[in-house]
Design a protein around this ligand. Structure first.
Ligand SMILES: Cc1cc2nc3c(=O)[nH]c(=O)nc-3n(C[C@H](O)[C@H](O)[C@H](O)COP(=O)(O)OP(=O)(O)OC[C@H]3O[C@@H](n4cnc5c(N)ncnc54)[C@H](O)[C@@H]3O)c2cc1C
Length: 380
């Protein structure tokens, strides 16, 4: 009987890992010894880093959307259905359409979800760019912005930890290009005692903020927002008025994790940092934003992890021990304006060090935005 591997979540990590496995085990699939199912709750794939460019009116949404079916390689069966429950003891998943799908191995890649209700008033008046609809709404607000105080609030954890900084730099340049910068006060806030969780990035950002006259406020934990009076209240006792509020709320794991009795209070799955197996379960791997690992929730994290998971699945399906270990590698481009970018790379043992920002790095970032679709197929 064919062995079955189910990938739950057809975003960055799930798609890459399923495609990699199918490419490497095409012969087993052809001999009907292996079945690969990729389950996603939508037939569209959206490239989330594109939201930055959409919100700032640099690109149109269509550029960052593809049909999911076109992104998978032969050998992967893509099914559009939402998973209601993972029954880990029975090695079965239950879908919303009522299917029971048993598996030999399950790869959970269900991502993370911004919790817009975690801060009272957030939904009413804060503008995010973490979904397509929010990015489009923020685009309108920025276009009609007549000047005043722009405040960015950030809740942790959230995916792409550098995105709020990138947005601030790009917004600064956009306002300068539009001749509106002199009428705007830009304020960036962060919950801990520096501008970013990674010390070298915080130190780099502080200097960039100084050059651009962006004000940084630290120890800024938002308690609530008063939409009627355009005021943010913090746990530290501050009251800050704004004209335009941009915000990223704290994220949580996908609801299916908690609905299945798995994961911690925020829905993150306890994951072995090296093997990427769900702790205490030999049949479930976890990758991407869904893990509880103390590293950046980023597409590149999911990318490197998908290589490890696919490799170990190949070993296990061939009856060998899984020997490939994840070393915590993350790589991030950081747009430091509309025409320059820097990059960082780090792992469990090596801290990041932002390189000098250059136009060339920005061009690489734009090039990667195009190449993302190839990386999903496991080609780069
Ligand atoms: C504005 C923005 C900018 C970013 N910029 C960068 C960047 O420059 N570089 C970078 O590396 N990363 C960036 N990221 C982060 C990156 O997009 C994510 O970290 C990455 O997509 C995580 O991959 P994933 O596979 O874990 O989750 P996702 O790609 O989010 O995929 C999860 C999938 O699982 C599906 N799913 C969830 N629950 C179920 C269910 N019950 N049943 C079926 N399907 C389900 C979801 O619908 C989704 O399709 C950015 C993100 C944003 C929002």
């Amino acid at each position: 009987m064919a062995k079955r591997v189910v990938f739950l979540g057809a975003g960055t990590g799930g798609t890459m890992a399923a495609n990699r496995l199918a490419r490497e085990m095409s012969e087993e699939i052809q001999r009907n010894e292996l079945e690969i199912i990729l389950l996603g709750d939508t037939d569209q794939h959206v490239y989330q880093p594109g939201f930055l460019y959409i919100a700032l009116d640099r690109e149109i949404p269509e550029k960052y959307k593809r049909s999911q079916q076109q992104l998978i390689v032969p050998g992967v069966q893509f099914v559009v259905d939402s998973v209601k429950e993972i029954q880990a003891q029975q090695r079965t998943i239950i879908t919303k359409k009522g299917h029971r799908i048993p598996y030999d191995f399950l790869v959970v890649a269900t991502g993370s979800v911004p919790n817009l209700d975690s801060i009272p008033g957030f939904r009413q008046d804060a503008n995010s760019f973490y979904t397509l609809s929010e990015a489009l709404r923020l685009r309108e607000k920025i276009q009609s912005f007549k000047g005043g105080k722009v405040v960015m609030i950030v809740g942790v954890p959230h995916k792409c930890p550098v995105a709020p900084l990138e947005f601030m730099f790009m917004l600064d340049d956009s306002l300068r290009q539009a001749g509106k910068r002199e009428d705007a006060e830009l304020v960036y806030t962060y919950p801990i005692g520096r501008l970013h969780s990674l010390v070298p990035v915080a130190e780099w950002a502080e200097k960039e903020f100084e050059k651009r006259n962006i004000k940084g406020e630290t120890f800024f934990n938002v308690e609530s927002i008063d939409p009627a009076n355009h005021t943010v209240f913090t746990l530290e006792g501050e009251e800050v008025k704004y004209d335009l509020l941009i915000g990223i709320p704290p994220h949580e794991g996908a609801p299916v994790i908690r609905n299945s009795g798995l994961g911690d209070a925020e829905g993150w799955l306890p994951t072995d940092p090296k093997t990427l197996k769900l702790k205490g379960n030999e049949h479930i791997y976890v990758l991407g934003d869904a893990t509880d690992l103390p590293i950046s929730k980023a597409g590149s994290t999911a990318h490197y992890q998908s290589e490890v998971v696919a490799r170990n699945l190949i070993h296990e399906l061939r009856g060998e021990p899984p020997t490939t270990l994840y070393n915590g590698k993350v790589f991030c481009f950081i747009e430091s304006g509309l025409e320059e970018a820097t990059h960082i790379t780090f792992d469990y043992r090596t801290p990041p060090q932002p390189a000098k920002a250059t136009t060339m790095t920005h061009m690489f970032k734009l090039a990667f935005n195009e190449m993302y679709w190839l990386s999903l197929r496991g080609l780069i």
